[in-house]
Design a protein around this ligand. Structure first.
Ligand code: SF4
Length: 424
C-alpha cells in the first residue's frame, strides 16, 4: 500500500527522468481475465484525463475486456477522476453510492478509482477509512500498473491503494484505444512546474516531464499512416515543452516537425502566456496544417489578482502577446479561461476583467467561480466575498462571453470552410 503525501508531491528534485519503453507488462496470470467480461469507464476533467482513459481502455482491451456504457452490466467499474474543482469531486463521491449499491448485490464487481483525486492525501485517506469496498486506488503516475493491481486484488481480495506522491519516469508504449478514428490526442509532456496559487495540478501530476520529440513524431506519423486527420498535442503547459530536456528542442521545433509529417490538422493545448515565444508564433503562421487556434488563459483582468494567482504575467504583457498573435497569424481564433471570485477579488478587480474582455473580445471563454483546493497556497487566503456576489459576477461575465462568441460565429455566416465531421 502506498498513500500520497502532499509535502512530497510539492518537492522538485534534480533527479533525471528516465524514458522507459518496457515498464508496462501484462502478467501471464491476468492475460485473459477479461474474456467474456465488461468494463465501464467514467472520465471527469480535462483532455489529459480523457487521453489517460484512452490508455486505460487500451489496457483493458489487451486484458480482453469489452467496453459497456451500462453500469449494471459492468464487471469492472473505473472512475478516472479530476481534482480541479469541488464540483467534479462531489460528482465522484455521489456515484460511489450507486456503485456500492451494485456491489452489495454482486460482490465480484471490481471498482477502480484513478486520476487526480486519489493524488490528494485527504481523498486517499477517506477511501482507505470509509470506502474499504473500493478495490483498487491508483494515481496519475501508475496507470501502467493496472494489470498487476488487478492480479493482486483478485488473489488477495482486499483493497489495494497504490498512489505515488513523486511522479517518476516517462512511460512509453502504453496501449491506447482511441475514442475517434480521425482525431487523436498526443501527450507531449506530463506535469507542471508553474505553481499557480489556486491550482492542484503541480501536486497531482508532478513535475514537468517532456516526452522525447522522436517518440512524439513517431506517434504522429503512425496516426497519419492509419488515417488520422487531426492531432492535438497535449500538456498542462505545452509552451514549456522541452525546457526539462537536454537537447534544447522547443515547442516551435516540435510544431514545425509535426507540420512536416503532412498530417492534415494540428492543434495544441494548453498555452501559458509566460512561455509563448516569437518562434512559435512564426511557425503557427507559416504552416497551413497548424490550426490558427490558440487557447490562452488570462484568468483575470486585474494585475493584483494575477499576482496573487502567481500567474507570472501582467495585463500589459498579456495584451502585447495577444495583439502580436492577432497581427502575425491570419484569422487566428483566441479563447481563454477566467476565474471569478478569487479570494477577495474586489468590485474594481472584477470590472478590470470586464474591461479587458470588452477590449480583447475573445472568441470564447471557459468561465468558473474560484474553487478552493486544499494544499494549494490560495486555500490559505481568507475570503470575504459572498457566493451570491461571485455568482452575479459569473453571470455578468457570461453574458458578454456569449455576446462576443456570437459575433465570432457570425463572421462565418454564408461562408464555406473545410471541416472534419465524424459520425458516431
Ligand atoms: S499552468 Fe498553472 S493553472 Fe495550468 S496546470 Fe500549471 S499550475 Fe495549473
Amino acid at each position: 500500500m502506498n498513500l500520497p503525501n502532499i509535502k512530497e508531491a510539492r518537492k522538485r528534485t534534480d533527479k533525471k527522468v528516465e524514458f522507459l519503453y518496457d515498464k508496462y507488462k501484462i502478467p501471464d496470470s491476468v492475460k485473459d481475465i477479461g474474456k467474456g467480461k465488461k468494463y465501464l469507464i467514467l472520465t471527469y476533467g480535462c483532455q489529459m484525463n480523457v487521453h489517460d482513459s484512452e490508455n486505460i481502455s487500451g489496457i483493458m482491451k489487451e486484458l480482453k475486456y469489452t467496453l459497456t456504457d451500462d453500469m449494471e452490466k459492468a464487471d469492472v467499474i473505473i472512475l478516472n477522476t479530476c481534482a480541479i474543482r469541488e464540483n467534479a469531486h462531489n460528482k465522484v463521491m455521489g456515484i460511489l453510492g450507486r456503485i456500492k449499491h451494485l456491489k452489495e448485490k454482486n460482490k465480484d464487481i471490481i471498482t477502480i478509482i484513478g486520476g487526480c483525486m486519489p493524488q490528494e492525501e485527504s481523498v486517499s485517506n477517506t477511501l482507505k477509512e470509509k470506502y474499504k469496498w473500493v478495490d483498487i486506488v491508483l494515481g496519475t503516475h501508475n496507470i501502467y500498473e493496472i494489470p498487476k493491481l488487478l492480479d493482486n486484488v483478485m488473489k488477495e481480495k482486499k483493497q489495494d491503494i497504490e498512489v505515488y506522491s513523486v511522479e517518476g519516469d516517462v512511460i512509453e508504449g502504453l496501449p491506447v484505444k482511441r475514442d475517434s478514428k480521425y482525431k487523436a490526442w498526443v501527450n507531449i509532456q506530463y506535469g507542471c512546474d508553474k505553481f499557480c496559487s489556486y491550482c492542484i495540478v503541480p501536486y497531482t501530476r508532478g513535475k514537468q516531464r517532456s516526452r522525447k520529440h522522436e517518440d512524439i513524431l513517431k506517434e504522429v506519423e503512425s496516426l497519419r499512416d492509419n488515417g488520422y486527420l487531426e492531432v492535438t498535442l497535449l500538456g498542462q503547459n505545452v509552451n514549456a515543452y522541452g525546457k526539462d530536456l537536454e537537447d534544447n528542442y522547443t515547442l516551435a521545433e516540435l510544431l514545425s516537425d509535426t507540420a512536416k509529417t503532412g498530417i492534415k490538422r494540428i492543434r495544441f493545448v494548453t498555452s501559458h502566456p509566460w512561455d509563448f515565444t516569437d518562434e512559435m508564433i512564426d511557425v503557427i503562421a507559416k504552416y497551413d496544417n497548424i490550426m490558427p487556434y490558440i487557447h490562452l488563459p488570462i484568468q483575470s483582468g486585474s494585475d493584483d489578482i494575477l499576482k496573487k494567482m502567481n500567474r507570472k504575467y501582467n495585463i500589459k504583457e498579456y495584451k502585447t502577446l495577444f495583439y502580436k498573435l492577432k497581427k502575425k497569424i491570419p484569422n487566428v481564433s483566441i479563447t481563454t479561461d477566467i476565474i471569478v471570485g478569487f479570494p477577495n477579488e474586489s468590485d474594481e478587480d472584477f470590472e478590470k476583467t470586464i474591461d479587458i474582455y470588452n477590449e480583447l473580445k475573445f472568441d470564447l471563454a471557459y468561465t468558473f467561480i474560484y474553487s478552493k483546493r486544499e494544499g494549494t497556497p490560495a486555500a490559505k487566503l481568507k475570503d470575504d466575498i459572498s457566493l451570491e456576489v461571485k455568482e452575479e459576477r459569473l453571470q455578468r461575465l457570461n453574458s458578454i462571453v456569449n455576446k462576443y462568441a456570437k459575433e465570432a460565429n457570425m463572421k462565418y455566416l454564408n461562408k464555406v470552410v473545410p471541416d472534419t465531421i465524424e459520425s458516431l
